[in-house]
Design a protein around this ligand. Structure first.
Ligand SMILES: [Zn+2]
Ligand SMILES: [Zn+2]
Ligand SMILES: [Zn+2]
Ligand SMILES: [Zn+2]
Length: 247
């Protein structure tokens, strides 16, 4: 599987930047750091989450999520920042309850009852300290979500610090720096991944710009995707967050 291969190739733990104070911490140190860095003011229950690629653990986010934020908003945030390629199905799984999007009330799952994501984060996750998220059940990107702690931080004050603000009740607190991936042909930083070759363990798939040009000759069906900072890099048509063209 291409995921396993990507992990085997890059066992490095990524550092990340705290968006509140702009300091850099290790993956392990960030949870502890944020406990001290989050301002302590009473503004209603907020959960501090750490979200990690299940099989690509060098990609991770820390979020503050308000109890009243619907799961659908968290889904939209994760899609927009990290995983959206062509509008696949997604779902949160909390214990044995699944919240999916899109959701069909008629229920295709038989005994397995899924709900819509139109439910508050706080009530859906009240009884757990971890749950999972899956985007695309074909070539899936699975994420582990852990509740690091719950507190009364002022989410409006966090939002004012210049992080993601388009998602009410969700603030990006910290994020991994882009992992270094070497070109498998020459060792320079890889900028492109050949999706066809990613499926073949014997082939060279991660490529720098000049080796990608040379790759055309040897590859049956070159299909390039950019190397981006996401656990979905190299999967389906993922090319990074869609950017609005303002020109
Ligand atoms: Zn900080
Ligand atoms: Zn896709
Ligand atoms: Zn190269
Ligand atoms: Zn190829």
């Amino acid at each position: 599987m291409n995921y396993l291969r990507a992990v085997a190739q890059r066992p490095v733990m990524t550092d990340g930047t705290c968006h509140i104070c702009t300091e850099t911490y290790t993956k392990r140190g960030m949870s502890r750091h944020l406990s001290g860095c989050l301002p302590a003011v009473d503004d209603g229950p907020i959960s501090h989450l750490r979200i990690t690629g299940e099989r690509r653990s060098d990609y991770w986010l820390h979020l503050a999520v308000a109890e009243t934020t619907p799961l659908s908003a968290l889904d939209r945030f994760l899609r927009d920042l990290w995983v959206e390629c062509c509008n696949h199905l997604s779902a949160f799984t909390v214990d044995d309850q699944r919240y999916e999007r899109p959701h069909d009330d008629a229920g295709m799952g038989g005994a397995y009852r899924a709900q819509s994501m139109d439910v508050a984060f706080g009530s859906a996750t009240a009884s757990v300290d971890s749950f999972s998220y899956t985007y695309d059940f074909g070539s899936e990107t699975a994420l582990d979500v852990r509740v690091v702690e719950t507190g009364d931080w002022p989410i409006s004050e966090l939002e004012a610090d210049g992080t993601e603000t388009d998602y009410e009740g969700i603030v990006l607190l910290a994020r991994n720096q882009q992992p270094d991936i070497d070109c498998e042909a020459c060792g320079a930083p890889a900028t492109t991944v050949c999706q066809t070759c990613l499926r073949d363990p014997a082939a060279v798939a991660w490529l720098c710009e000049s080796c990608a040009t040379a790759h055309e000759d040897g590859c049956d069906r070159p299909r390039y995707l950019p190397v981006v900072n996401s656990p979905r890099v190299g999967v389906c048509g993922y090319r990074g967050p869609a950017t609005v063209d303002e020109s």
